[in-house]
Design a protein around this ligand. Structure first.
Ligand code: UDP
Length: 254
């Protein structure tokens, strides 16, 4: 196969030019980072699992009418997506206090929030992804009020749906991060869900034991990281064909 042009390499994924104009191939790596790149490591099999988990969730979300960039999974580590103009915001939806919210406001981890809270962070590693308000977002032109309304509406629908889906497999959706992009179709612009949804960007706790089943196991050196990602995939019924032994996946196709 001809080598494809690499467009961008991020912390957990590499993006390549897709086979047709307006498409991109997302390659999922096993690399893991935390604390804005200060902590680095490898979670064996993570890329394969996140590719499958994100595919599964994006398809389910499309079924309830959420527009997404996802087209189809190509192989163990790659998926084809529509090319979008990424809005430089991380949209965090929280149901239960944890992580930076607990630290910032002194709310103990595990406290149920009176209602879901949406936060926006400006995507900028040099600035450490600062928390921003709608005022900052519109004043600096990262998105307008229409875009924000759209992102908030979609985020709440995604939260409702994913909360139920995970509850059904014995997992509490504590919080998660979404990214959105602008998809241009001629003169028309639509805001669509982009990036990925996986245990890299969700907090998932076992319903019975509150055990963490997400990247916090890596961030906080809790051990059992690979097993936690596998368990999420197993509960969703999507462990790769060969089971855990098959998680290294094929050689990198670049
Ligand atoms: N998150 C993410 N990428 C980031 C920051 C946060 O995917 O750069 C996710 C994280 O996995 C969690 C949620 O967003 O599910 C809220 O994270 P938080 O603000 O508590 O930050 P953290 O404690 O992870 O630094």
């Amino acid at each position: 196969m001809a080598r494809r042009r690499q467009i961008y390499e991020g912390k957990a994924k590499v993006l390549f030019e897709g086979p047709e104009p307006g498409t991109i191939v997302q390659y999922f790596k096993d690399d893991a980072t935390a604390f804005n790149n200060k902590k680095k490591g490898v979670i064996t099999g993570k890329g394969v699992l996140n590719n499958r988990i994100s595919e599964f969730l994006m398809i389910k979300l499309a079924e309830i009418g959420i527009p997404t960039h996802f087209v189809r999974r190509l192989n163990m580590r790659e998926q084809l997506v529509r090319e979008v103009e990424i809005i430089p915001l991380e949209v965090v939806i929280r149901n239960i206090a944890a992580g930076s919210l607990s630290q910032r406001y002194g709310v103990p981890e595990g406290t149920a929030l009176p209602r879901s809270i949406i936060e926006y962070y400006y995507k900028n590693d040099e600035l450490n992804d600062p928390l921003v308000s709608e005022e900052h977002i519109t004043a600096f032109g990262w998105a307008n009020t229409h875009d924000l309304d759209e992102m908030m509406g979609l985020s709440l629908r995604i939260n409702d749906f994913l909360t139920g889906l995970f509850l059904g497999v014995g997992i509490r959706l504590i919080d998660f991060k979404l990214e959105f992009g602008r998809l241009w179709e001629g003169e028309e612009m639509r805001i669509v869900l982009a990036d990925e949804i996986s245990p890299d960007n969700c907090r998932l706790w076992d319903l019975k034991t509150n055990e963490k089943m997400d990247k916090d196991r890596f961030r906080r050196d809790l051990g059992g990281v690979e097993e936690a990602y596998q368990e999420v995939a197993r509960r969703l019924g999507i462990l790769p064909e060969g089971g855990p032994r098959d998680l290294k996946g094929p050689e990198t196709m670049q």
